[in-house]
Write a protein that binds this ligand. Structure first.
Ligand SMILES: [Zn+2]
Length: 441
């Protein structure tokens, strides 16, 4: 679904649904608005259950002050109005009280978004507005002041957060990415002191995947395998989003069609609603004409070139694995048999590897060592099928969560090398013979 084609009533309802479904608001908290080209503000109503909101419930506050709709506008209408008055470039606002952002709000702190590239790119430096009574003109003035200073995302003291943007989609992405950034920071602090990206590292990410030649794609030549893979990838991307393994702006999935071709997620893309025709085919290093491949395309290409047995690759950013990633630590899989059997020993790669060190990347990730933590950049998993790549990613994230959850109760006790050797024999996990085409053999 393309949100830009929706009427504000529908866009507001669908976005609120997403926020509520993913537990980023309660039924009473949070409000969204869109300012249209006539200066009319479409805003969520006051006192209506967020779980059952419909397009008819949305209120329109006209530029002349008249109100259309069956309810009162949100009680926070004054601060929405004040923000739009302070910043003519903003046309949509998301406000809610998601738990991790509230934790920062009540700790009177702002998150450092240089934690991973998307957090920095979507939010930049985050502002902090002093406390004001909810619904008051005073609160509106305090928040608007921070927007006037140039912040796009502002933490509200002992309250919540506000994210503004040119579109509601963009404001939602800021909000979702910032909440995730806070969750990762909170988890990471139970492990170690997180590290933050330098300007140079952020630039490296910004420049990645910038140019790839194109070829004229003819959909009438599509094979059954390609059709099946396009649909399968979409189903797993949607599932990955639902399971919070991917976010709106983070996560790349690809699958090999044959020796010359693979499919990969496009850039940019809302992972919540990917269609088979959105995926980009890469053939002999060239992309389908008119589409832009994910920034990770060259790293995926290098892995497919080096390892003919790899049929699917996923980059993702699940919160617990991310906590290890920002502390520069690998995830211990000597925890339960499932973890070691599916994920084996997890590699640890410097941030730069996926951009400029494909030799190291392809040596670390093989079908026999399928997972790696990328410092400040999530995780990468390879496998012999889309299902297996997804499964390994889930197991990796579960292992990371279990290790973190064991911290407050005394820390985990790793299985001995003897037990691991026994598992290697029992599940026949001895390294496979490289096949004839394996370029690393
Ligand atoms: Zn609020």
């Amino acid at each position: 679904m393309k949100y830009e084609y929706l009427h504000p009533r529908d866009e507001l309802v669908l976005t609120m649904k997403r926020i509520y479904q993913y537990k980023m608001t309660t039924t009473s908290g949070g409000n969204l608005s869109i300012l249209d080209e006539n200066g009319d503000m479409w805003i969520t109503p006051s006192g209506v259950d967020k779980g059952t909101l419909t397009p008819k419930d949305i209120i329109c506050v006209r530029a002349d002050g008249t109100i259309d709709g069956p309810h009162r506008p949100s009680s926070e209408y004054p601060f929405h109005k004040a923000i739009y008055a302070a910043r003519r470039d903003l046309k949509a606002i998301v406000h809610a009280h998601p738990m991790a952002l509230v934790a920062f709000s009540i700790a009177h702190q702002v998150p450092e978004t240089r934690l991973f590239p998307q957090a920095w790119r979507s939010n930049g430096t985050v502002g902090f507005a002093p406390y004001g009574v909810p619904g008051s003109e005073d609160l509106g003035a305090k928040i608007a002041q921070k927007y006037a200073e140039g912040f796009d995302s502002v933490i509200l003291e002992n309250h919540g957060v506000c994210c503004g943007a040119l579109t509601l989609q963009k404001a939602f992405q800021r909000f979702e990415t910032l909440e995730m950034c806070c969750k990762v920071l909170i988890k990471a602090h139970t492990l170690d002191e997180p590290t933050y990206l330098t300007d140079q590292q952020l630039q490296l990410h910004g420049k990645s995947g910038s140019h790839i030649d194109a070829f004229e794609y003819d959909p009438s030549m599509m094979s059954i395998r390609e059709k099946a893979l396009r649909n399968q990838l979409c189903a797993f991307i949607e599932r990955g989003y639902r399971q919070r393994l991917l976010t709106t702006t983070m996560g790349t999935f690809s699958a090999r069609i044959d020796e010359e071709k693979f499919l990969i997620t496009p850039y940019p893309l809302d992972r919540h609603s990917v269609l088979p025709e959105d995926l980009v085919m890469i053939r002999k290093g060239k992309a389908e004409f008119g589409k832009r491949a994910s920034r990770a395309v060259f790293a995926h290409q290098a892995i497919y070139d080096a390892h003919p047995k790899v049929m699917a690759i996923v980059n993702a950013c699940p919160i617990n694995t991310m906590a290890f990633s920002v502390c520069g630590r690998s995830v211990d899989t000597y925890t339960i048999p499932e973890s070691y059997v599916f994920v084996r020993k997890v590699g640890l790669l410097p941030f730069e590897t996926v951009y400029n060190d494909f030799e190291r990347l392809t040596k670390t990730l093989t079908v026999d060592s399928p997972a790696a933590v990328l410092c400040n950049n999530g995780a990468m998993v390879v496998a012999d099928s889309v299902l297996s790549a997804f499964d390994k990613l889930e197991v990796l994230e579960c292992s990371a969560e279990a290790v973190l959850d064991a911290q407050p109760i005394g820390g985990h006790v790793a299985m001995s090398q003897e037990i691991i050797d026994e598992l290697i024999d029992a599940f026949d996990l001895h390294p496979s013979e490289p096949d004839s085409g394996d370029k690393t053999s």
